[in-house]
Design a binder for this molecule. Structure first.
Ligand code: ARG
Length: 466
């Protein structure tokens, strides 16, 4: 292993097994570009403080420039081009590589700065770097759900409570329910990011910096709008990571519910949806199989997200002020949470885009007269029957239908007279359909086609502005 950033105080070398146990470079190398950016800002601060000369600052800037080019290039040592060097962490790697590229001036770079603040800065920068991609994927999924809802606004399916048929709803309405959840997640994400975008630099190891830093200037250089206000807090705060991970977990849970519905709806038992081949798989044994693996994985990945959140919260519980090495364990959870949410959003968008609707099968299921029981009770109410009594009467109607395997819409006038004496609307009862039921629910947010179309257009429009 390479020279440590802290070797002077020690007389014996670190135990090799402890060195392996404690290294973080195998995963925190992802922070290398952020570390370079933070270092560049620190060079300016050192120059302003008179710690490095103009010439040294120039050498450091040029070295950092070359390092960045190297990291972004195809031969980047951190992009799977051969095994990673055995190093303690990304901070050590950047310091070492910079010394090779910029010469002895690199040994001054650590003046007045600590890895405790660097790692906090890097993690924030890394998350900020992925913000655009996150919102773009959310926008794509929301847009796809909105377009799906617009296209299939008129396709009716049974709506369920307790997974029992309840009332007919538009398939578009069902899709938009998930769009609403995602819209709230988007707002949560925006809010959480406002606490990611806080500059911790200038906190030193824990007590603040001895350099007369212009933190406002550092923030500007690094694209932050806010400064941390307490150095102890700044080096040990991981609330921002918890908050983002919570939003990712909730998003994961929302998409898991969505996946569950669509898995059910694409089974032969429901048969409302036909998965696109692009997002389905077959069986090595059973030739007829078409499995919704993409959706199953979306559902399954929510477990990781809940796990990542639990990991972070448990990590923080009971940590004494300020930085503790435990905090190194935040990164894998955070990286995994981010990569997982990106993957899940991407695949969900693709699934929505490629899924076909079996309108005929949906119509057949939505035509179940039992779904119209509430509308039938409403007809009685219109005729002056109290709802509780109407409920009771329709209950008898349904049990008669079940026992005799009949549709109440085919009841004769004589039968109606017996079941509900004085019922004035048997012909309207006979004419009840799923479309009528849905059309009657035209309140804002209801399932009428008109409402669904308007909401679908709203979602598509909002998605373009995310
Ligand atoms: N690898 C460490 C982390 O991720 C770096 C931070 C500082 N390390 C230290 N021993 N003070 O948290």
């Amino acid at each position: 292993m390479a020279e440590k950033l802290w070797g002077g105080r020690f007389t014996k070398a670190i135990a090799p097994e402890f060195e392996r146990f404690s290294e973080s470079f195998s995963y925190d190398h992802r922070l290398a570009l952020a570390e370079v950016r933070g270092s560049r800002a620190h060079v300016g601060a050192l120059q302003r403080a008179g710690i490095v000369s103009e010439q040294e600052a120039g050498a450091l800037r040029e070295g950092l420039q070359r390092l960045e080019a190297e990291l972004r290039g195809p031969a980047s040592p951190l992009n799977g081009n051969g095994p990673l060097p055995e190093l303690e962490d990304v901070h050590t790697w950047v310091a070492q590589r910079l010394e090779q590229l910029a010469g002895p001036a690199a040994r001054k770079l650590q003046t007045g700065r600590s890895r405790n603040e660097q790692v906090a800065l890097d993690l924030r920068l890394y998350l900020i770097d992925h913000k655009e991609q996150l919102f773009a994927l959310l926008a794509r999924l929301l847009g796809n759900l909105g377009r799906f809802a617009e296209t299939y606004a008129e396709v009716l399916i049974p709506g369920y409570t307790h997974l029992q048929r309840a009332q007919p709803v538009s398939l578009g309405h069902h899709a938009l329910a998930y769009a609403e959840m995602l819209l709230r997640d988007t707002a949560r994400l925006r809010d959480a990011y406002s606490r990611v975008e806080v500059l911790p630099l200038g906190s030193g190891a824990l007590a603040g910096s001895t350099l007369n830093l212009d933190r406002e200037l550092l923030a500007k250089e690094l694209g932050f709008t806010k400064l941390s206000q307490n150095s102890l807090d700044a080096v040990s705060d991981r609330d921002f990571a918890c908050e983002l991970t919570f939003v990712f977990a909730l998003l994961g849970v929302h998409l898991s519910r969505f996946a569950e519905d669509w898995i059910l709806y694409s089974s032969a038992e429901f048969n409302f949806l036909l998965m696109g081949d692009e997002y389905a798989t077959g069986s090595s044994l059973m030739p007829q199989k078409k499995n919704a693996d993409a959706l199953e994985l979306i559902r399954g990945k929510s477990a990781r997200q809940v796990g990542n959140l639990t990991r972070l919260l448990t990590l923080l519980k009971g940590l004494p002020m300020a930085y503790n090495r435990d905090l190194q364990e935040d990164k894998e959870a955070m990286f995994d949470a981010l990569q997982t949410v990106l993957g899940v959003l991407r695949i969900a968008a693709g699934v929505v885009e490629t899924t076909q609707v079996r309108a005929d099968r949906a119509a057949r299921a939505a035509d179940d007269p039992a779904l119209l029981a509430t509308d039938l009770a409403d007809l009685l109410v219109e005729n002056g029957v109290a709802f509780r009594d109407a409920h009771e009467i329709v209950g008898h109607v349904i049990s008669k239908c079940v026992a005799e395997e009949r549709d109440f819409r085919a009841f004769s006038t004589a039968e109606w007279a017996e079941i509900a004496p004085g019922f004035l609307s048997p012909e309207r009862a006979a004419a009840l359909t799923a479309a009528i039921s849905v059309g009657r629910r035209n309140s804002l947010g209801g399932t009428s086609i008109e409402q669904v179309r308007a909401q679908a257009r709203r979602i598509v429009e909002v998605a373009t502005r995310l």
